[in-house]
Design a protein around this ligand. Structure first.
Ligand SMILES: Nc1ncnc2c1ncn2[C@@H]1O[C@H](COP(=O)(O)OP(=O)(O)OP(=O)(O)O)[C@@H](O)[C@H]1O
Ligand SMILES: [Mg+2]
Length: 483
């Protein structure tokens, strides 16, 4: 993927975040707007109804006597003047009905003499109760009706009907709505800016992560992501950094391994080549010379065989492909056999090799594999101990485990190298190890073999003083282990 595509990817992540955020804010604001509008309509319409009823009550009190006394022209004129004043003041139609619900006065002079007994507010007023209702007509027009009973001397003499448009209420609501919309717009713009900054902060580390992973994918393993945040992204980058470091180490080991193996294989092959060339060139007649050469060839072939065997063993162990031959075994005998097998090498190097079998115990194990495991550790002890030094192999038993300690007075292992010595192909000092021979596989094989028995290997070392490896095998050996 080229840079353009990466940018598009991150732009899209950024914009996904921004658009989600803005959508959430916009939907929330819209809901709030609708809720506010709804409750405002209810509140303002109720207020308007109450105001109209209270006006109606006042006027009813004013015209009660005139409506009750007689229908003289003076009285009617008086009622008309009061009603018209009210009508103008509140910009509404005001009707005065007699006790039979017939219109006596209409502020708009239209409905005089008509019967309005069907209206719910009139019916309610006739029962002595003031009431109000909002009506919506098919043409979209809305009207508030209020009905108030008119009393005189304790007797109901008629009712007052007010019909008023709620437009003024809706106009106020629209004004408030417009104000809320303006504020909402500002809120959305501020949120947009915040979310862009936020998305940028979030997507930048992702961009760095992708770049690094991509570089690692192109085998550029010398990479570390520089993200210091304490959140999940920080954790992710830490994990990726660890993974890359591990990959880098494995890759370095692989290169080292290839170079070691090539060197190890090259040495006997070079010797074989020299022997062959010598034989071809000199054509010695003496059978004894042939015999010497054949011995050398045999020795070199043994060395080649040994290297290839080691590689095959590790390969099988790595793939959990080893058939284990578990039997009840006296472990002391296994330790003795391992030590005895390496005695000649120790003697040759003038390293004292002693076995100290404090306890004897019989456990269920694969004796050959345990011998191999002890052999690798003792072999190292001899290899990394200078002539005149001492290697002691001690067998002891505690409550749960059999402990085989291999203690040497050798060169020791630097503290920083200790965590790596069981890694495949790892060697503390490759230059020196080359002289001593080996591929750096001995300890990883030993550890795998101990693990096959449900055990482990611990190590304690001091440079220049010596090293102690302890092979720990559980007495109640569990046949299965997690690799
Ligand atoms: N007893 C020891 N004293 C000092 N260094 C040790 C000792 N045992 C192991 N090491 C260090 O640990 C490294 C890994 O050991 P390991 O047995 O895996 O490899 P090796 O001995 O180099 O090669 P191989 O065992 O494959 O022939 C060694 O190269 C050596 O540097
Ligand atoms: Mg070794």
């Amino acid at each position: 993927m080229n840079k353009l595509k990466i940018n598009t990817l991150f732009i899209s992540i950024r914009w996904k975040l921004v658009s989600t955020y803005i959508l959430l804010i916009a939907v929330s604001l819209l809901m709030i707007n609708i809720l506010i509008q709804d409750s405002l309509v209810n509140q303002l319409v109720t207020e308007k109804k109450e105001a109209l009823i209270s006006r109606g009550n006042i006027v009813s009190d004013q015209i009660g006597s005139s409506l009750a006394s007689a229908y003289s022209k003076d009285n009617i004129d008086y009622i008309k003047s009061v009603v018209k004043r009210l009508s103008i003041k509140i910009d509404s139609r005001v009707l005065v009905l007699n006790h039979s619900s017939v219109v006596v006065v209409d502020s708009y002079d239209e409905y005089d003499g008509t019967d309005q007994s069907d209206l719910a507010e009139v019916i309610s007023a006739n029962r002595g109760i003031s009431s109000a209702g909002l009506y919506k007509f098919d043409d979209g027009v809305q009207i508030i009706y209020t009905g108030t009973p008119i009393y005189y001397d304790g007797k109901r003499v008629g009712s007052l009907l007010i019909s008023s448009s709620p437009d003024e209420v809706y106009n106020r609501i629209n004004q408030i709505s417009r104000r809320i919309s303006r504020v909402s717009f500002v809120v959305v713009i501020i949120s947009l800016i915040i979310s862009i900054i936020f998305a940028d902060i979030l997507s930048k580390p992702l961009e760095k992560l992708t770049m690094t992973v991509r570089a690692v994918g192109k085998k550029n393993l010398n990479q570390q992501i520089d993200i210091s945040s304490n959140d999940e992204l920080g954790e992710l980058s830490d994990s990726i950094n660890q993974m890359v470091t591990q990959l880098y180490r494995v890759d370095e080991m692989r290169k080292q391994f290839v170079s070691n193996v090539s060197h190890e294989l090259k040495t006997p092959i070079t010797s074989l080549k020299i022997i062959a060339e010598t034989l071809v060139a000199s054509k010695p007649q003496d059978i004894a010379v042939y015999d010497d050469f054949m011995r050398d060839i045999n020795g070199e072939l043994d060395r080649l065989n040994e290297i290839i065997d080691t590689l095959l063993t590790l390969s099988k162990l790595e793939h959990d492909n080893v058939v284990m031959d578990y039997k009840l075994t006296a472990i002391g005998a296994v330790v003795s056999a391992s030590v005895n097998m390496l005695k000649p090498i120790a003697e040759k190097k003038r390293v004292e090799l002693v076995a100290d079998l404090q306890d004897e115990v019989t456990i269920f194990c694969d004796s050959l594999k345990i011998r191999h495991c002890i052999g690798n550790i003792v072999n190292n002890a001899i290899k990394y101990t200078a002539p005149g030094g001492r290697v002691r192999v001690r067998l002891s038993v505690d409550k749960n485990d059999v402990l085989i300690a291999v203690e040497d007075t050798g060169i020791g292992i630097p503290k920083e190298a200790l965590p790596n010595i069981f890694d495949r192909f790892y060697r503390v000092d490759s230059a020196r190890s080359r002289q001593t021979g080996g591929t750096g596989l001995g300890l990883s094989i030993a550890l795998k073999l101990a693990q096959q028995h449900g055990g482990k290997i611990t190590v304690d070392s001091e440079e220049g003083v010596g090293t102690t490896f302890v092979i720990v095998i559980p007495k109640k050996m569990e046949l299965e282990y997690d690799a």
